[in-house]
Design a protein around this ligand. Sequence first.
Ligand code: FAD
Length: 502
Amino acid sequence: MDGYDAIVIGAGNGGLTASAGLAKKGLRVLLLERHNIPGGCATSFCRGRFEFEVALHQLSGMGTPTKPGPLRMMLGNLGILDQLELVEMPDLYSVAMPDGFKIGFKPDKNQVIGELKARFPHEGKNIDTFFNLVYAYANQMLATFFFKDPAPTRKKYPDMYAYAFKTAADVLDELFTDPLLKAVISVYWGYIGLPPDRLAFPYLAMIFFTYIEFKPFHIKGGSQALSNVIANTFISHGGTVRYNCGVKKIIVEEDAVKGVVTEEGDRIEARFVVSNASQVSTYVGLMDPEHVPDKVPREMRGRSLSPSAFTLFAGFDCEPDAIGFMESTTFLLKDLDVSDRTLSRMRELPIGNQPMVLSCYDVADPEFSPQGTCQANMVTLKYGKTWLRVPPREYHRVKFKCAEEMLGRVEEIYPDIRWHIEELEVATPLTHMRYLGHPEGAIYGYEQYVKDSMFFQPGRYSPIHGLYFASGWVGDCGFHPTLQAGLNVAKSIVRKLEKEEK
Ligand SMILES: Cc1cc2nc3c(=O)[nH]c(=O)nc-3n(C[C@H](O)[C@H](O)[C@H](O)COP(=O)(O)OP(=O)(O)OC[C@H]3O[C@@H](n4cnc5c(N)ncnc54)[C@H](O)[C@@H]3O)c2cc1C
């Protein structure tokens, strides 16, 4: 075979759906992945008798069979929905603090509002106002971007225009006075990477709306099951995949891609290259500087890298309730700070009072771990730069010191946790950097400041002909957005070819 129609670099969510979408339309596609399994973040790994989920805490956008969300429809269109066993999580989230404070929500708007009002009666009226705003905002965004209103105006969508450039803290401070309520209602910021002082309000609105309306889900077999199904679909449509095969270079001639060179030195030609690698690695690491148009580094310089994560993966010798895990998703708070102070702490090695999220998948799916056991992921956000400064000879000492500190924090809420640990693995920002290839191990692409929010993202196109991007680096992060991003790229390429044929 002399070359491919398209080469896809990276088998993360965006790379997988781009590959499957293109192969389904009959294009000859080669998918190259540096790791030995598909999925990127959407993978698992085994220790002892446990298979640990790497990333997925709550799948968004799925919806139920009777009220399908955009992700359910998308997986249906891709022809893979019936190959997945989806698990609806009974809880939205809980918040627990060492002083005994605990509150829990179901994915039900009335329950969330009712519980908040019961616990914060002095803020009752403004709790209604907040959720009215969240829902109005989300519905106006859906009308504009999902249903593609051809003539959106400020008059038709007043909240979308009024709140597009506010931070989450702007809205929280406008409506509430109780710092505990502000902390509880904004904990989902951890899924996007910036504390409310910096986070664009649209993200908080959309995340609340989607998880309540389309319910949080998990997948039997973890996110690896989803990645495997998409990879197999790609192969069944005639696609070729090579694992353990990193791309070293994208070949560019006369402002157009011509193919790639692998880390093993193979030169492979293709008319289109889709990069699921970060935008930074693609332009800086995989291309000769003379081929990168001036406006690209100028634009990239204005953005900053999102944090990475510090994670404990623990397998326990007991059922979840023996430790006190009664909900799938619990945010552990130690103080109520939602400001830049928290952002600064994310740049330090110690865990300190940082918020963290603990997910126990076995609560929603008792078969997730072997019978009589359970597992949990405990994650807090940390910038990779700090970890890059740790001398290699100190790395293991620092890593286990931080792990011990994090476990101590979790013990404040679940005092018996330590005595049930059967397996424990620790991932630092350097682990994410190694497995994803992203600069500083950033897990959410670029930071979602107001100036870099959903309205100002780089997007799938490149000034270099034939080069496209499909990842959380050029659009929103998360499973649903990145899976959608890959399909959008596939559609763009197919449309381009169809136009040329006419
Ligand atoms: C700890 C954690 C928790 C998360 N929790 C959630 C959650 O609960 N819900 C949710 O919706 N989202 C969550 N996310 C976010 C979500 O996982 C990501 O946004 C999404 O999976 C990113 O997909 P992607 O397409 O951008 O590719 P990535 O997953 O970033 O994968 C990129 C792939 O490209 C490959 N690659 C890079 N360079 C090269 C090269 N030169 N040659 C070949 N291959 C290369 C890498 O090996 C990798 O496989 C979480 C992420 C993390 C890390």
